[in-house]
Write a protein that binds this ligand. Structure first.
Ligand code: NAP
Length: 247
């Protein structure tokens, strides 16, 4: 479904990002994915997938919250691959605490990694996409960005910001055949949710209509839909992958 396409996934070394990279590799895309600290894991994943699927897979250390690094990354991809078809802004962090205890640093870090990164990468990805008159941008939001969550004001604000940003970009560049959507996962089992105890996970599962936490692959399947021609008439939307948590 993605043969001949060039894809960039930020934060592809672990968790949901890794599942997206694996899914896109199965569907024949050439892939560049970024990481921040997991160099060994990232390189091993790139080698495994390029050998298994006979595609180009490149792992690049690039801090998505840095404007200049993001510009360099996109320029390098265009020089090496000639274009960029799909951008998945997946990199994200949490620094959870109640508002009364939240430091300025905890606020700034989350906004920079989760929201500014989306600006950084989208800004530079739009140039090659506009030239090609084609592109799909997928931004990783969260159900928390829609409903809020106690102890996550910084994270919820970053994810809500992504929704307003994405709807605006969809309106700005739709006429150039560039789409921009948000995926809003619920509870997905990754390192990010491993801080929860088994009891907490059980309690969360009870509150979900489908009665279980989601997997990275559940989110990756939604990315495949929005990144491929299956989603060619879909833009400016928030697609929740949350087991019905939001209904
Ligand atoms: P994760 O397991 O903690 O993985 C985070 C990934 O982002 C890693 O690959 C990490 O690289 C990378 N990363 C972190 N900071 C970065 C930066 N500044 N620049 C580039 N890469 C960076 O997280 P996850 O659970 O897969 O979450 C992925 C996305 O889904 C996030 O945007 C998160 O907010 C969203 N989400 C997750 C859930 C959930 O339940 N898990 C729910 C809703 C939304 P290193 O390996 O090098 O550290």
């Amino acid at each position: 479904m993605l043969q001949g396409k060039v894809v960039l996934v930020t934060g592809g070394s672990r968790g949901i990002g890794e599942s997206i990279v694996r899914k896109f590799a199965q569907h024949g895309a050439d892939i560049v994915f970024t990481y921040l600290s997991s160099a060994e894991k990232a390189e091993a994943l790139a080698t495994e997938l390029s050998e298994t699927h006979h595609i180009k897979v490149k792992a690049v250390r690039s801090n998505a919250s840095k404007y200049d690094e993001s510009e360099q990354l996109i320029n390098d991809i265009v020089s090496e691959f000639g274009k960029l078809d799909v951008l998945v802004n997946n990199a994200g962090i949490t620094k959870d605490t109640l508002m009364l205890r939240m430091s300025e640093e905890q606020w700034d870090q989350v906004i920079e990694v989760n929201l500014k990164s989306v600006f950084n990468l989208t800004k530079h990805a739009l140039k090659p996409m506009m030239k090609n008159r084609s592109g799909s941008i997928i931004n990783m939001g969260s159900v928390v960005g829609v409903f809020g969550n106690a102890g996550q004001a910084n994270y919820a604000a970053s994810k809500a910001g992504i929704i307003g940003f994405s709807k605006s970009i969809a309106k700005e560049v739709g006429s150039r055949n560039i789409r921009c959507n948000v995926i809003a996962p619920g509870f997905i089992e990754t390192d990010m949710t491993h801080v929860l105890t088994e009891e907490q996970k059980k309690a969360y599962a009870e509150s979900i209509p489908l009665k279980k936490l989601g997997s990275g692959e559940d989110v990756a399947n939604a990315c495949l839909y929005l990144g491929s021609d299956l989603g060619q008439y879909v833009t400016g939307q928030v697609l929740s992958v949350c087991g019905g948590l939001n209904c």
